[in-house]
Design a binder for this molecule. Sequence first.
Ligand code: NAP
Length: 249
Amino acid sequence: MNKRPRILILGGTGEAISLTTEAATRFDIVYSLAGRTINPALPEGVTVRSGGFGGPDALAAWINQNHIAAVIDATHPFADRIAAHAVQACADAEVPRLKLLRTAWEQTAGDAWHRVADIAAAASLLPTLGTRAFLSVGRQELGAFSDVAGVALVIRSIDPPDATDRLKGAVYIAGRGPFTTAQESALLREHDIDVLVSKNAGGAATYPKIAAARAAGIPVIMIDRPPPQPSPIVSDVTAAVAWLDRLGG
Ligand code: NAP
């Protein structure tokens, strides 16, 4: 019989996969995805489930039914709905929850950042800063840019947006990080980009576009993160594994 504590890891990020891989030697891991990416990166040798739970009450019920001992929310810093649901569900189900939240990027010398609160504010500001924009904000919220006039858009996402969500006249590029600064610099040059729009995702995998914009003297519209979830929060995989080991011990 499998006596290892069963842990739910809410995933969809590189560090969620690293955490799962490290923790799987001592814990029975269920790795959960929203199910939006066609061919997602997956950890090996663990149970993978895909698709929403149906809200916080359903998540709490799922946690109980599946005898989950603890939950680590290792979702993207901008995935604030599932993060809030995890907080509520874990409180209701009375299981410990940890947020693994990578550190946000900081502006450094040579950067020309214009910080905005959300994607709508990014779209409003865009025409004042350039005429050829590189959008690296995922594909879920592209509609915010549908009324932007006078700016050519080059949009990169892992999977292409559905035909109905495509913005007229935009150029679409498929790509999954990590990218190098050389690759990102070449992309900015190739498309003659004069402004970059990015979420403040943090982490190394997608930072090279920020470094490339700095090197090229291109302004960046940096979308701030939604407010963080309550403690406990750790910023790296090692600390998350230590939290699990304390629980397991
Ligand atoms: P979100 O807005 O916070 O969540 C929307 C709904 O999707 C949630 O209410 C939940 O449905 C479901 N969901 C989200 N993550 C899930 C998970 N790991 N397992 C099961 N259900 C999940 O999420 P999002 O921003 O769309 O992100 C979706 C996924 O993409 C996450 O796994 C995230 O880590 C990843 N991702 C997001 C971004 C980004 O910029 N937002 C970037 C890279 C990767 P129910 O309410 O039905 O449970």
